[in-house]
Design a protein around this ligand. Sequence first.
Ligand code: H79
Length: 433
Amino acid sequence: MNEEIRKRTKWFMDARFGMFIHWGLYSIPACGEWMMSEKEMTTEEYHKYFEQFDPVDYDPKKWVRLAKKAGMKYAVLTAKHHDGFCLFDSKLTDYKATNTKAGRDLVREFVDACHEEGLKTGLYFSIIDWHHPDFPKYGDRQHPMRNNLAYKDEKIDFDRYLEYMHGQVKELVTNYGKLDLLWFDFSYDDMTGEKWKATELIKMVRTYQPDVIIDNRLEGAGDNHGSITTDEPLIYSGDFASPEQIIPPKGVCDEHGNPIPWELCATMNNHWGYCNFDYQYKTPQMLVRKLVECVSKGGNMILNVGPDGRGNIPTKSEEILTEMGKWMDKNKESIYGCGISQLEKPDWGRYTQNGDVIYAHVYETPLGALPLYGIGPDKLESVTYLADGSEVNRGEAWNTVLYPDVAFLSFGENPVFTYPLPDEKDTVLKIRL
Ligand code: H79
């Protein structure tokens, strides 16, 4: 990984946990952000949501405070998703929040809220646009009009689209103060890299926001992370890989096998945009474990919420974030600034590590003493429960012939480590060597 990327991404790698916010016109029909494409709707049909859009409860401070409560360090809002509707006051289109009942620039309020509350600020921007007349339609993989013969022989001027798209990105990077993160979405098939005039785009972005960190989707597509994994990343390679709804089994490495920054983006249920029939929420415990898994593999997790059309984050999402926050309150030290451990993954859970300090995330109650694989009994300096700082009993060093590299911990009477392990409260041990 080049030094520039390492420097830029320092805060991001330390932060580890962020909030993704998918919000737009699609929040009104409430069946996910791909609705326009899935239902193959024309812009005219979709326009009714533009007319209805009236987010009377929009208060981004509430969102940002909830993110903080959950232990998240950054937030990323969809300034524009694939449907082309802009939450910001773009001078290049009328298709924007300013012209709805909202009557104002909703991105500005979000950015201001992040800045005020001290959260790193990110904007998501779709490089795909299903509203713009010069974006490819018939035959395009995902365009709502992909099957509409009326567009079969339509002439478009893609350069005009690129000028529009670049112009909007320029608005975002010049009108809202310092941005910490830009999340472009997404390249596919041969629509990648220079098809988007990505070199020119990134040069422009870096002129105004030299330190902003950028995802890899102007180049990377699907399983292909792009040139970010090579010694000579292209200018538009981005700063981090962005696996979607999958934790890479071994994290993400460059071509030499060295870890590079990455961020899992994941939903709490099965949709990004608000969906009023999707109750398949992951539990807070599962999501905490996924966060720990990301950290233990050198990555971040950006967890999504999909506020409804009025601007409210669903109660269920709020509950989950609150529960995760309770865990984070006690155990955040094992997340922030932490990463891959020098020790192999133990059977009973996971290790994260920060310098010399190892954090043992214990998911399974041991049968008797807990074996700390990879730590010789004489190497162990101290072990405490991260949640309350109390000391964990050192077990007897036993069977040092068979297990020379395993220190054993006995939990016996310590009430923090109850049996069985309480749900939603995975125990973290802080180990100094
Ligand atoms: O913004 C979120 C998604 O809308 C976007 N990226 C995240 C961050 C995304 N775009 N495409 N994909 C994710 C992958 C494509 C999934 C698809 Fe489908 C499968 C498109 C059509 C079939 C999912 C299922 C969306 C519609 C049906």
